[in-house]
Design a protein around this ligand. Structure first.
Ligand SMILES: Nc1ncnc2c1ncn2[C@@H]1O[C@H](COP(=O)(O)OP(=O)(O)OP(=O)(O)O)[C@@H](O)[C@H]1O
Length: 252
């Protein structure tokens, strides 16, 4: 147990986190509390520290100082990237990393096998239950009709959904999603917002995004980062009307 007073329903707890690169403070006293089952959008101008924050949560970057706790008692600064993924924090990078020469179904199958040890996955055979799991997931991510299509032939938006589906098969408790709507059509953007809102009914989700229409569709609490710390937090309306946020975005 930690001596920090972290509320029971907190899944991620960042407090006073800072990290410098060559003397430049990319993250500067950052504090953020994410509740179980919460969907949170993180916005902020280029260089605000959004990716670095995700890197710290997932163990890619070690903070110089500060607390980073998962589920109240797991000190994430003491774990490496592989450990943190296994603990239940999944991350989707901006660029989809599906295997383009495999079908949608095969990509999903691979993600399911990925939950096993290398030896187990070598001999992995789909059970009836696994088959249903993959069929349900394909439908859930709007790819029911594309199951047999090679991933290289589906749209950019569909690739993003496929990757979200692959991550969900690993059943993370927290899903971190980096700019999912970039390069999507309007229809795909809104479907993605629907999907992530639904995902957040059974786990916690942080979405980093620039597209304000998408953030509006997510309909959740918004955190604005600037120069490595939280500038404002609240509803999208509240942060968009915050004088400090207006100044940072519009340079007034
Ligand atoms: N490994 C690194 N070495 C040096 N500087 C870095 C490193 N990683 C990030 N930075 C710097 O830290 C700052 C924050 O970068 P970060 O990528 O986290 O911002 P961001 O909010 O994700 O920006 P964007 O919206 O452009 O992706 C930037 O000034 C960046 O140049």
């Amino acid at each position: 147990m930690t001596d920090k007073h972290i509320p029971d329903d907190t899944i991620l707890y960042l407090n006073g986190v800072s990290v410098s690169f060559d003397g430049f403070k990319a993250i500067n006293g950052l504090s953020l509390v994410l509740k179980e089952g919460e969907l949170r959008a993180v916005i902020g101008p280029n260089g605000a520290g959004k990716s670095t924050m995700m890197d710290i949560i997932t163990g890619k970057t070690r903070p110089d100082v500060g607390d980073v706790y998962f589920k109240g008692e797991i000190d994430l600064t003491q774990h490496d990237e592989a450990d943190i993924a296994n603990l239940g924090i999944g991350r989707k990078f901006q660029k989809p990393s599906v295997i383009e020469t495999l079908t949608v179904w095969e990509n999903l199958e691979l993600a399911l096998a990925g939950n096993r040890t290398p030896l187990q996955s070598l001999f992995f055979k789909l059970t009836k239950e696994n088959h249903k799991q993959l069929t349900d997931m394909a439908a859930y991510i709007n790819l029911d009709d594309q199951k047999e299509t090679v991933a290289g032939d589906i749209s950019h938006g569909q690739k993003q959904w496929l990757e979200i589906g692959m991550l969900l098969l690993q059943e993370p408790e927290v899903l971190l999603v980096d700019e999912p709507a970039a390069g999507m059509t309007d229809e795909e953007t809104f479907k993605t917002a629907d999907l992530l809102r639904d995902v957040a009914k059974s786990r916690s989700v942080i979405v980093v995004e620039h597209d304000m229409e998408f953030v509006k569709a997510l309909d959740c609490k918004v955190t604005v980062l600037h120069e490595g710390s939280v500038l404002s937090e609240g509803t999208l309306d509240a942060v968009q009307n915050d004088e400090q946020v207006i100044e940072v975005y519009l340079g007034r």
